[in-house]
Design a protein around this ligand. Structure first.
Ligand code: PHE
Length: 336
């Protein structure tokens, strides 16, 4: 090939290279101008066959063309790669300034908040938290709690029985946890057992077929009603305010003797004072200790049970119990 021909080869190659719009087009240009069958390759391959006096000049010129073409290819490759990367980034752009999807924060249910507060107060007095099944046997809910057959509390109009079986029921109180815990541990026992209970109560603003109780049980040597009273006073003062007074009024529960109602003082907005009945309590009946395998000569105990939801209503000023169970966010958000 003559010099003018080589110039033309170079000019064509450089034109095609700069005209390539994509890496694929550039690859086609590379094959056409530097591939094995390209004029440049054939020229370089044919140098050996030339008369010796021409070899040097043609070789030099052809190699200069090859270097120029290769340099142009490298430069254009870099440009096109940068362009394609830019285009890809453009396509996949995320606009970080757009407002995100709202992600509301959850909060504890007001009943859970009150439950945890009650647990904390009693744990501060050395109690531990215990748990028991919601589907219970009539032995744990009634018999071992000194509630004989024929007692009105066992009536099907108060209790949800499971599959019509008289021995399987939804617990109507958290007191069976006392039984389970006394059966499996030795005094001293200090425990609280919060959880749901079920009764076929009329459904109105203060009753629901499911509600929550918290049971407390202390069994030790030398416990008396004075310990119960002191515990109740401390508990309700920490929960509802230090100015509260408590009053124990005689009552009846089958599994405590004596039994009391725990009343807590309140002052309403207009300054009127009164008493709220907030817990049932009493000294554990020795029969119950014996049912549970505890030495009733050596140990005494006291127990108390209160309605968690009722206390939450007072605590938060909620007028209707059912609001707690409807899961209406407009209500729940107020406790977040
Ligand atoms: N379990 C009783 C109730 O549901 C409350 C209670 C608990 C009373 C412990 C005395 C001792 O009414």
């Amino acid at each position: 090939m003559t010099d003018p021909q080589l110039d033309a080869v170079q000019a064509q190659a450089l034109d095609d290279i700069s005209a390539a719009r994509t890496l694929a087009e550039l690859e086609a240009a590379r094959v056409a101008h530097t591939g094995r069958r390209s004029p440049l390759a054939t020229t370089l391959a044919g140098i050996g066959a030339l008369p010796p006096e021409r070899r040097g000049a043609v070789g030099k010129a052809a190699n200069a063309v090859r270097r120029a073409v290769e340099a142009a290819l490298a430069a254009r490759t870099e440009e096109l790669e940068a362009e394609e990367l830019g285009a890809a980034l453009e396509r996949d752009t995320t606009d970080v300034t757009l407002p995100g999807d709202p992600h509301p924060l959850g909060a504890l249910h007001p009943i859970t908040q009150v439950r945890q507060e009650m647990e904390d107060i009693l744990m501060g007095l050395g109690y531990r938290v215990a748990d028991g099944p919601e589907v219970e046997t009539d032995w744990h809910v009634f018999t071992a709690l000194n509630t004989p057959e024929g007692h009105p509390a066992r009536s099907p109009s108060d209790t949800f029985f499971i599959d019509g079986r008289p021995d399987r029921l939804l617990r109507t109180q958290t007191s069976p946890v006392q039984v389970r815990e006394m059966q499996r541990s030795e005094p001293p026992i200090y425990l609280v057992a919060p959880g749901p209970v079920y009764r076929r109560d009329d459904i109105d603003a203060t009753h629901s077929p499911m509600f929550h109780q918290m049971e407390g049980l202390a069994v030790d040597e030398g416990l008396t009603l004075a310990h119960l009273k002191g515990t109740m006073l401390r508990f309700f003062r920490e929960l509802l305010g230090g100015e509260r007074e408590i009053l124990l009024q005689p009552h009846f529960f089958p599994f405590t003797e004596p039994s009391v109602d725990v009343q807590v003082s309140y002052v309403d907005k207009s300054g009127r004072t009164g008493w709220l009945e907030l817990a049932g309590a009493g000294m554990v009946d020795p029969n119950v200790l014996r049912y549970c395998g505890i030495d009733a000569e050596r140990y005494t105990g006291f127990a108390f049970g209160c309605g968690l939801d009722r206390i939450a209503m007072i605590r938060f000023g909620v007028p209707d119990l059912r609001l707690f169970f409807e899961n209406d966010l407009r209500f729940l958000e107020q406790f977040a």
